[in-house]
Ligand binder design. Structure first.
Ligand code: GDP
Length: 301
């Protein structure tokens, strides 16, 4: 069942942080995700990230170690709130992007509120420092009002001045994410159990049928596993990553596209591996029935 015991200390292994990028419209969230996607790919034969599957992993070096970071590839806090509304905690760290020539705006504040309400640590990316009129010090000043005090001013929030367009300080931003994760969070999961996690997005593909991108949060997801995701179920026939490569096993914090479900789950639906197809179908049927009953009940009111 979901929430299954993860075992003892010895069973837990470090997993990469999962990051959502939020901030005011036009402050550069999409551009930042693009720049990170292009510049920090994991060394594979496939080359770069070629598929938009809703999340991607990049590698960066910290203190001589290669470290991975998972980015949710949907800018803005819609995805974040959709998942939270369903009780799924999908994000470990929020990067709040603020344009240095524009300053703190309503959606900046909204993003900060969402992250703080979810108890998710924040890293501030002060973007567009290449622009005339950029005033990164002013951003730091403005954000103190929201409890975000930069480290250099004696606080504990990391601010990084970047240009998503000119690829300035992107590595420093990735480093700040890892340092924040290491300082504030204990990101470990047991990879040796049946996989559980959350659906990031789902759609019906003309050729492949229902396709869902899932984020594994604990355990290992394997081709051949029977899974339930929301009221969808089925057997994992194939898994594909953001590099367009087939994946046999997906470890904690790994996003993969799953092919083989009989219907399309929604963003924020939790998923889990079950013993048999039959059990997966039964759980999915029961969930559908429960949703139908709830809907009928609410209509009667
Ligand atoms: P979003 O709405 O937050 O996703 O913003 P976008 O990523 O779409 O960026 C909005 C605009 O700002 C686009 O025209 C980008 O090219 C531009 N932009 C983004 N980052 C930078 C930057 O670092 N410097 C400059 N000069 N422009 C940027």
């Amino acid at each position: 069942s979901y929430g299954e015991d993860e075992g003892g200390e010895d069973d837990l292994e470090v997993r990469p942080p999962v990051v959502t990028v939020m901030g005011h419209v036009d402050h550069g969230k999409t551009r930042l995700l693009d720049t990170i996607r292009k510049t920090n790919v994991i060394e594979t034969e496939a080359g770069g990230i070629t598929q938009h599957i809703g999340a991607y992993q990049v590698a960066t070096e910290l203190d001589g170690n290669e470290r991975l970071i998972t980015f949710i590839d949907t800018p803005g806090h819609e995805a974040f709130t959709a998942m939270r509304a369903r009780g799924a905690k999908s994000t470990d760290i929020a990067v709040i992007v603020v344009a240095a020539d524009d300053g703190v705006m309503p959606q900046t504040v909204e993003a900060i509120n969402h992250a703080q309400a979810a108890d998710v640590p924040i890293v501030v990316a002060v973007n567009k420092i290449d622009k005339e009129g950029a005033n990164p010090a002013k951003i730091r000043q403005q954000l103190t009002e929201y409890g975000l005090v930069a480290e250099e001013y004696g606080g504990d929030t990391m601010f990084v001045d970047i240009s998503a367009r000119q690829n300035i300080n992107i590595d420093q931003l990735l480093e700040a994410i890892l340092l924040t994760a290491d300082a504030a969070l204990d990101l470990r999961a047991n990879p040796n159990m049946d996989a559980q996690g959350v659906t990031i997005e789902g759609h019906l593909d003309r050729g492949r049928g229902p396709v869902a991108t899932v984020l594994v949060q604990r355990g290992t997801l394997r081709v051949g596993d029977s899974i339930v995701a929301g009221d969808a179920s089925g057997r994992v026939r194939r898994m594909v990553d953001e590099y367009g490569e087939d994946v046999e096993e997906a470890y904690p914090s790994r996003p993969v596209q799953v092919i083989g479900l009989t219907s399309v789950p929604g963003a924020g639906d939790t998923f889990l591996v079950v013993d048999e197809d039959r059990v997966a179908r039964q759980i999915a049927d029961r969930r559908r029935a429960r949703e139908r009953n709830a809907e009928l009940a609410s209509r009667r009111k």
